[in-house]
Ligand binder design. Structure first.
Ligand code: SF4
Length: 280
């Protein structure tokens, strides 16, 4: 049995909160710059230029890439050979979020109660997803999620007969309804299968996959490419001003489902679809 202390987890989560908010994944930056170069019209080209300048300024000044530093979504893949000592996992994660958001001067965006709406003051609690896996490692991913994009996300409980065309229609419907709200160009996470809550989690996990990495199954990689082409044909464009880049990537994750259903979740990410990972 390997021991990992609650303090190690807290420090890792704190580091990742700051890192994810200041530095976009390299392959996402590459996509943004390529999309900027590919815009033909003046307005979308200028908007994409501003987005590139913003990324560079955040890196140079060590500032967040967006003022909405998000709710901290934390994925932990914990090896079954690990014993956590010195505290509870949930408390360790929340302590890391509080430390990262406070020391990193990141905006605190979480309210304790969805109706009475008092700010918790330190961006806790995190949204924590724990998966037990083989081995003695602990892989932590922090994916801060702004709600300009989260609010545009949707779930469709399709019938099996609607099949692949129904999935494509659902994704296009979600993106069309989102319009300029999620600060396009977007990253579109799609979860297909499982059940109501399971497909939503798949869609969120899809947003954490590197945008340069297509689905390993050729069938789903082809579906991702087709969806990206169709989403971009909608012409919403950078920040909704029209143009070629409505989305930078579409990522699909799937899971087994019931014979009577075809759940589809679309988790919309913005051009700052942030995530950073560390392995203890
Ligand atoms: S949608 Fe994204 S880029 Fe727009 S305000 Fe929210 S976090 Fe920032």
């Amino acid at each position: 049995m390997r021991e990992i202390t609650a303090g190690q987890i807290t420090q890792a989560v704190a580091r990742l909160c700051v890192q994810a908010n200041r530095t976009l994944p390299e392959d996402l930056c590459t996509r943004i710059r390529a999309a900027a170069a590919a815009e033909r019209d003046e307005l979308p080209r200028a908007v994409m230029g501003d987005l590139c300048e913003n990324i560079d300024a955040a890196a140079a000044e060590q500032l967040p890439v967006c003022q909405d530093t998000g709710m901290a979504v934390v994925f932990i893949r914990l090896g079954q050979q690990v014993r956590i000592t010195g505290g509870l996992l949930r408390q360790a994660v929340d302590a890391g979020v509080a430390q990262g958001y406070t020391e990193g001067l990141l905006r605190k965006s979480v309210v304790a109660d969805p109706l009475r709406r008092t700010n918790t003051g330190d961006n806790t609690p995190a949204v924590l997803h724990l998966e037990l896996v083989e081995g003695d490692g602990c892989e932590i991913t922090v994916a801060p999620k702004g709600f300009g994009s989260e609010n545009m996300s949707r779930i469709y409980m399709l019938t099996p007969a609607q099949g692949r065309p129904g999935v494509i229609d659902a994704v296009l419907d979600a993106v069309r309804r989102a319009g300029s709200n999620p600060c396009p160009p977007m990253v579109v996470g799609v979860g297909i299968g499982s059940d109501f809550e399971g497909c939503a989690l798949l869609a969120k996990k899809a947003l954490c996959r590197p945008v340069s990495q297509p689905h390993p199954d050729a069938y789903y990689a082809q579906l991702e490419a087709e969806l990206l082409q169709k989403v971009n044909a909608l012409g919403i464009g950078p920040q909704g001003f029209g143009g070629a880049a409505t989305a930078l990537a579409v990522a699909v994750e799937y899971a087994p489902t019931h014979i009577a259903g075809l759940p589809v979740a679309v988790n919309v990410g913005c051009h700052v679809t942030r995530h950073a990972s560390e392995r203890l």
